[in-house]
Design a protein around this ligand. Structure first.
Ligand code: 0X9
Ligand code: CA
Ligand code: ZN
Length: 421
């Protein structure tokens, strides 16, 4: 009993001193008790971005950078990583403590009040898509394009006239959301796009023209296992839920495509613990395989992949600073979409190549779609603009306005594809 009390006091004191370091300028002097890690606790800490050794240490320890703000990088760390950072003599400050829940409730039904509020869970996406097909059978068809690691269905809707027929004279367009589990808004935008196209087919001439002259494929939820994990267990999960062994989970689906896969350890990581782990081999994951399967059977002229956050539009290459042969076209389309988006509510977006303008990636979706299939593919990093505006969290009341500002750009890209097939 005494021993238990003692341990509790030690833990309490460690927490107290941890939080007292919130003040700027102090050098931390705390070590984290080993056993806290077993309770699945994560720490958000911030480090002065000017610390010279930082990029090296982030890479060596495979740390998850959640964002940077006003000269600080914000890192999401396990206790062992906090200790490693401490051992590297990097000054840091605790920002918050994040807890993982222990057990994952199995989803059985669509909840009236879902755990993720107005955002969609896996079952709610499934219901929304099958309702769309039921309500608009002439122009919406639901496809099961594969199973996730944990066996959930990966669903696509095709939206077009004569939807059951592959009309080869019509250009194919691809939209996808939720490569990354914690980016909830990236599910909502393509889902609302599907609903908008279906609902306004009969009362909006522009939408009818778009739908009649193209074949629009929308996969709003590529990573259903990850999404459920963020709803039920740990809000900051990014990867899929592959069991990598040794208690480590997840492959970054946006590093798993078979183009420039793993060409270096900067744009992706070979370490299964990393948040940008590329997997054991190219296309090792059923989720990225489902996308690849769709690309081998259709000729996508354009593609948009939704992520969050940053309010930027990124285009290839992500693996190098070299420009693509289509640099001028990419930047024209990217700039046009950025100004269409910015004009709706005055929330500013800008367009840049992924690698030279943002950071390096390899085995990433847009490089793959363009490099392998010639598809003009763009990443849209949805709002907010920074971590301090909410990072991966968007207010419920912002969902609609974020969709509204993304709609004209999506329609523009489809219309461009129709005119330039
Ligand atoms: O890193 C990613 O996969 C994407 N950003 S996110 O913060 N949502 O994870 C960006 C992918 C494309 N960007 C680059 N090639 N840099
Ligand atoms: Ca058609
Ligand atoms: Zn992402």
């Amino acid at each position: 009993m005494k021993k238990v009390m003692f341990i509790l006091i030690v833990i309490a004191l460690s927490f107290a001193s941890a939080f007292s370091m919130g003040r700027v300028g102090q050098v931390p002097s705390v070590s984290i008790p080993q056993d806290i890690e077993r309770g699945r606790v994560y720490y958000i800490v911030r480090v002065d971005a000017r610390v010279e050794a930082l990029p090296h240490i982030i890479r060596r320890l495979n740390l998850d950078v959640m964002g940077n703000y006003q000269g600080y990088l914000y890192l999401l760390l396990r206790a062992s990583e906090v200790r490693a950072l401490y051992a590297s003599h990097i000054p840091y400050q605790f920002v918050s403590i994040e807890r993982e829940k222990v057990s994952l409730p199995k989803e059985r039904r669509v909840r009236a009040q879902a755990a993720n509020g107005p955002y969609h869970s896996y079952l709610e996406v499934q219901k929304e898509l099958s309702d769309l097909e039921k309500d608009y059978p002439g122009i919406v068809k639901l496809y099961d394009i594969g199973d996730s690691v944990e066996g959930r269905d990966i669903l696509a809707v095709k939206i077009s006239d004569n939807v059951a027929t592959e009309e080869d004279d019509e250009v194919d367009c691809f939209f996808v959301g939720c490569h990354h589990a914690r980016e909830w808004i990236s599910v909502e935008v393509p889902l609302m796009l599907a609903r908008y196209l279906a609902e306004h087919y009969s009362d909006n001439r522009e939408i009818k023209d778009v739908v009649d002259n193209s074949e629009i494929w929308i996969v709003p939820l590529l990573n259903p296992d990850g999404l459920e994990y963020t709803i039920n267990v740990f809000r900051w999960w990014r990867k899929n839920r592959r069991d990598n062994g040794n208690g480590l989970f997840g492959v970054d689906l946006n590093r798993n495509y078979d183009f420039m896969w793993g060409i270096d350890d900067i744009g992706s990581s070979p370490n299964p613990a990393s948040n940008v782990y590329r997997g054991p081999s190219p296309l090792s994951e059923p989720e990225s395989q489902a996308v690849a399967q769709l690309f081998t059977s259709h000729n996508f002229r354009v593609a948009l992949t939704y992520h969050s956050y940053a309010q930027v539009i990124l285009y290839p290459w992500g693996y190098t600073v070299e420009p693509t042969p289509d640099y001028r076209l990419f930047s024209f389309l990217g700039d046009t979409m950025a100004s269409l988006m910015s004009a709706v509510h005055g929330r500013w977006y800008y367009a840049v190549p992924g690698g030279s303008g943002f950071y390096f990636t390899n085995g990433e979706f847009t490089d793959w779609a363009y490099g392998k299939y010639g598809t003009l593919a763009f990443t849209v990093e949805l709002p907010p603009v920074s971590l301090m505006q909410g990072g991966f969290i968007n207010a419920d009341s912002d969902i609609t306005s974020i969709f509204e500002e993304n709609l004209p750009a999506a329609l523009y890209l489809i219309k461009w594809a129709i005119a330039n097939k």
